[in-house]
Design a protein around this ligand. Sequence first.
Ligand code: GTP
Ligand code: SPV
Ligand code: MN
Length: 603
Amino acid sequence: MPAQNSYLRWVSEIATLTQPSELVWCDGSDAEWNALASMMVEQGSLIRLNEAKRPNSFLARSHPSDVARVEDRTYICSERAEDAGPTNNWANPSEMRRTLDEKFSGSMRGRVMYVVPFAMGPVDSPQARFGIEITDSPFVVLNMHLMNRVTRDVLSRIDDGADWVPAVHSVGSPLIDSSGATLADTSWPCNDEKYIVHFPETREIWSFGSGYGGNALLGKKCMSLRIGSVLGRDEGWLAEHMLLMKLTSPAGKNYHVAAAFPSACGKTNLAMLRPTLPGWKVATIGDDIAWISKGPNGRLRAINPEAGFFGVAPGTSLKTNAAAIETMRANTIFTNVALTEDGDVWWEGLTNVPPANLTDWRGEAWNAASATPAAHPNSRFTVSLAQCPTIDPDWNSPQGVELDAILFGGRRATNVPLVVESRDWNHGVFMGATISSEQTAAAEGEVGALRRDPFAMLPFCGYNMGDYWQHWLAIGASTAPELLPRVFQVNWFRKGQDGKFLWPGFGENTRVLEWIVARLEGEVASVDSAIGGLPMISEFNVAGLGLSPEVMGQLFDVDLDRWLDEAELTEEYFARFGDHLPAEMSAQLDGLRMRLGRGERAA
Ligand code: GTP
Ligand code: SPV
Ligand code: MN
């Protein structure tokens, strides 16, 4: 890791390599925000939204080829290929350094190089980590103002000896070519060739060619998850793709819940849940990333390292997520949503009927008869956590919150019941390790294809996934069982024969949380099934939902043959990890098969 003060040398090395025309040290101030936003509006790369309807808010339209994370261009360059493991793209670090040298050489010519010091987590938290992102994208700087704690304080901490992660980002579109000729700028500069690169041993990040989301906001997936997971492995903590929330029961007792769902599978919705059952309250702490470590009393504590939301826009409405709608009332950056006639935003699902005379995310006129969606399926809003009406007053607490329950979920039309409780921690790790989910638009690839997404970390684990499972097992083994959070699997997405969701979801997910709390309090029994503890249907609160006994049966059905098929696929999947597969994972699979063979299912 770079030593004290070395950031000055690093900044000048990167400037020498990338040859920007100007260098700006950022401070995260409002003045900086206003100046950058106005400049981008003037250049035509941001559209200022109607001040009366959406104050201090902007729309960006990306290049149509730069709309999501690019997993096949994302690399983990550990010294040894096996330390990246079978689920990551590995590249030889010295070869990759040569490639990056070439790509970044002169890549900022004619552009401003911004140096953005940031903290992940409250600056004073023992769990906080510092980083410096160098970028040639003012759009990235604006987004980082909302997503991270951008402050010069970080530089003083580094001066005092704190560790930090260097992160270099270039859109890869210089404005002066190698012969010195000036090139025209575009409203969303990027490069056809993209590299999102991590060096886990030296804890460095290099990102080239994309300006979108997690590809470019390097504090997010690159630092807080890929590099974060490596730091966690080495230092005994966990960096997770999880929402974080406080749930208050009608009895006034608080429970902290973390939940890992794959990208675009409902973390933001659950984090801002509006309970439909009287007396329940939800307070939001985070919607994407949790850093979990053992506190002085042995219990697991979590912080949200981020300071903002980068949420999926389509499907977000007053009905599905009123708190999100309220959060983005002002001071918000929208990317790839549609623009209304009066300078506001729209996306599929915001209202049933689209307003007339929309402009789609590509800047083309759009109406309800158009063949393509008005907003890109991975269009997003960037906004500060502080604006969320349901934000937990403790979201900034340096100590974080003690976890009572961990949920694993995914999008599964079949097989996986609405909720199942793990038998114990190790079984919970097995549940996390075997998550499959239908792919969403959050990354390039075939939407809908079922894929393994262990711990919802498939695209985000910075080291061998088998070793990561071992790390989870070790955290459990070193903690008294009664201090550990209880682990559950949930699935809001099971479908009936008609192809429709069986479960109303959203606010009604309170009912699942109610059952989970009743389990934590020992107030209800669970029914032992081959895959874990299921609710007794008679004790699961669906009052007023009008679900037929048949639907209830389907929601909780455990089909033994289909689960034996799943077990077969799990065995094949596990085999990919070779020596890195913890023996405990094989033992868990054997246990599952034995219980399935005995025909254990819900009563
Ligand atoms: P990333 O930000 O990509 O990590 O994802 P996220 O998990 O925060 O995604 P988000 O909460 O934005 O997921 C949104 C998608 O989940 C939309 O398609 C929603 O309609 C869907 N969704 C969320 N909750 C529910 C639910 O309870 N039932 C159903 N059927 N869909 C849901
Ligand atoms: C995800 O894809 O899981 C996100 C969005 O949260 S991005 O930050 O672009 O990765
Ligand atoms: Mn995410």
